[in-house]
Design a protein around this ligand. Structure first.
Ligand SMILES: [Fe+2]
Length: 178
């Protein structure tokens, strides 16, 4: 939602789920340690105000794709009570802080990746290791080819669209299943 105007693609969509529920899905990019985007908080506010939970949207899912844990947590607190789920992505590693915030929004700082955790954030480990030791550009990153872990999050929501329970999902690969 917060790429500069005119960038191809879209950062939000109101989609109909199989059960007929209207689900607003929003993706914003963080700004800490990343190239300057427009304000992610203002971008999310616009979308949530246009399709408020319980009036237009039956559920609202916000993905904040960001480097810093702090920025993702701020987004969770800012939206607590107004969306069903705020979940972080981008660091590729699941965090252990999944919970329902005090006003009813499910939250996890980072949901983790779907990929081979025995590599380096999903890449074959040889090139990241070489680059970090030699500090020179060179080879190409290749996806790690070992067994993948599927990482996700399951959120139970009530009729008001707020979360009642949140459970991490991890299946396959080298991580402990949950
Ligand atoms: Fe990313």
């Amino acid at each position: 939602m917060n790429y500069p105007a005119g960038t191809p693609g879209r950062g939000a969509a109101l989609v109909e789920a199989k059960n007929g529920a209207q689900v607003l899905v929003v993706n914003v990019m963080g700004r800490v340690f990343m190239d300057a985007m427009d304000d992610p908080f203002a971008a999310v506010e616009r979308e949530v105000e246009a399709a408020p939970l319980g009036r237009v949207a039956d559920a609202i899912v916000v993905d904040i794709h960001a480097e810093a844990t702090s920025e993702k947590q701020v987004m969770g607190h800012v939206l607590d009570g107004r969306v069903s789920l705020v979940v972080g992505t981008h660091t590729h590693v699941p965090t252990a802080d999944h919970r329902v915030l005090s006003r009813g929004t499910a939250f996890q700082t980072d949901v983790g990746m779907c990929g081979d955790y025995d590599g380096v954030i999903g890449m074959d480990r040889a090139e990241p290791l070489r680059r970090m030791r030699e500090k020179t550009p060179g080879g190409k990153f290749e996806p790690a080819g070992g067994p993948a872990t599927l990482s996700g999050i399951i959120v139970d929501i009530g009729a008001d669209g707020l979360a009642t329970a949140v459970t991490p999902l991890r299946v396959g690969g080298v991580l402990a299943p949950t």
